[in-house]
Design a binder for this molecule. Structure first.
Ligand SMILES: [Zn+2]
Length: 460
């Protein structure tokens, strides 16, 4: 495989870029004109499955003081949170399902179980990150403003600690993203008013309160109350620790005076207390599982060696075709099974997602061969690799660029289908798209306000 450092944009003329834009627009429009019942059924079934996982997890956690129930309940909850964030939240809020005009499954009304408010996230992700992808100084997701992820970024001593921030960010990803969405830098630069920042801070505080009340108070109380009710009904026959923590405190504080209360607590409360704490621990674990997974998928989709970054100068007067090429080479795919793609929100098709952020995620696997065909004909790379390989490259970069210096790493050469299929000519799946004019496509939902919250590529 040939290796190159030069941006693929450099070898494409304006006419070629226009031609390429038409081909990619045609792929988009063909999918949009075909959207229908099959897609609607898919997203509804994912949402239903996610809710069933939550219910199963919560029922299991009613018995969370029993280890096997804790483990399976936490696993169900972690998986439900992953689905809710990745395949549902991220994609619905991109407007991928707006064409259904569903009153609930729509980017203008959807909210998710994470620390970022929908409004701030749609602005920082859909608009800023997806429009200015990998432009240094404009795409604030390049290292999330706390890490040096590209050798062109100026080194500062604070980056020495970036392997540590990264480890912290892995565990607390949703909080990192919420703070990042605040864009304090814009406030310091005078581009954003303090009132706006305060308003957004109140939004995050509201989300934090909601998560705290739901995960760390409400559900643990429900679990504990149900365990207590079962214990009463069975006259204390359910297994539980010998002593109540609360009873112990009361005994220590009140001496002999509160003995009867403490004895009663010892009889009924230990299991209730244990269930409450075990449910809190299960919820903390499920939130961490979701954070670690989301961090891995997002970092592996953007920061492996294969991806290019761009200076502002390189993208001056960018055409639609130039925008497409920047998206194509600025992202990297992660290869995996169909189940892997569902639980990663189809962001294993990060390349296709960046080309068509508003296309329903299930269609990415279908358009991938057409995108590869375009890459082959236009001599462009198609960035892709297994999770382990992408993960290793990302973390090597984070470690290396913590120190001064560093060079861009070699990039893959143009995509070759023969290499992909292990030799032999592969018939082109996109031949019929060549030079086809883009068709009209139906507009998004009528009630949707898109100003500043949706991707904004150069017009056709
Ligand atoms: Zn996205």
């Amino acid at each position: 495989m040939t290796s190159t450092f030069e941006s693929p944009l450099a070898h494409l003329s304006e006419e070629t870029l226009d031609e390429l834009a038409k081909e990619l627009d045609a792929i988009h429009d063909e999918v949009y004109s075909d959207l229908g019942e099959r897609d609607r059924r898919y997203i509804k079934s994912v949402i239903a499955a996610q809710r069933q996982l939550v219910v199963t997890g919560r029922i299991l956690l009613f018995a969370s003081s029993w280890k096997p129930a804790w483990v399976t309940g936490t696993a169900c909850l972690g998986m439900a949170k992953i689905l809710e964030n990745m395949e549902i939240g991220h994609n619905v809020m991109h407007g991928q399902w707006d064409w259904m005009n569903d009153p609930d499954i729509h980017s203008s009304v959807w909210d998710w179980d994470t620390a970022s408010t929908a409004e701030a996230w749609k602005h920082s992700h859909n608009y800023i990150h997806h429009t200015f992808t990998n432009i240094r100084g404009l795409d604030k997701d390049l290292g999330y403003e706390i890490m040096r992820i590209d050798p062109h970024q100026k080194w500062r001593p604070v980056y020495l600690a970036q392997p540590l921030y990264n480890a912290l960010l892995t565990v607390l990803f949703e909080w990192g993203v919420a703070l990042h969405d605040l864009d304090l830098e814009a406030m310091w630069a005078g581009e954003k008013s303090k009132t706006q920042v305060l308003k957004e801070l109140r939004g995050i505080a509201g989300k934090a309160r909601a998560q705290f009340v739901k995960d760390y108070v409400g559900w643990p109380l429900v679990s504990a109350a149900l365990f207590g009710a079962a214990q009463l009904a069975l006259r204390g026959r359910l297994p539980q620790p010998a002593r109540s923590r609360l009873g112990g405190r009361i005994r220590a504080l009140g001496g002999g005076k509160w003995k009867t209360t403490a004895d009663l607590l010892d009889r009924y409360a230990p299991g209730v207390e244990k269930t409450f704490l075990a449910t809190v621990l299960a919820d903390i674990t499920a939130n961490i599982i979701r954070n670690v997974w989301a961090h891995a998928i997002i970092f592996c989709g953007h920061f492996p060696d294969q991806t290019y970054t761009f200076s502002k100068k390189e993208v001056e007067n960018e055409s639609r075709g130039g925008w497409y090429v920047r998206q194509l080479v600025g992202a990297a795919n992660i290869e995996g099974t169909p189940l892997f793609h569902i639980i990663s929100g189809n962001l294993g098709y990060q390349v296709e997602h960046h080309l068509f952020p508003d296309m329903p995620s299930t269609r990415y696997s279908e358009v991938a061969p057409k995108v590869k065909d375009i890459c082959e004909r236009y001599e462009l790379p198609y960035n892709s690799g297994r999770l382990g390989k992408q993960w290793w490259m990302v973390h090597r970069t984070i470690a290396r660029l913590a120190f001064p210096g560093g060079k861009p790493r070699p990039k893959p050469g143009p995509y070759r289908s023969s290499a992909d299929s292990g030799g032999g000519a592969v018939p082109s799946e996109a031949a019929r798209h060549r030079r086809r004019l883009p068709a009209e496509h139906p507009d998004a939902g009528p009630e949707h306000v898109r100003g500043g919250v949706a991707v904004d590529p150069p017009p056709r």
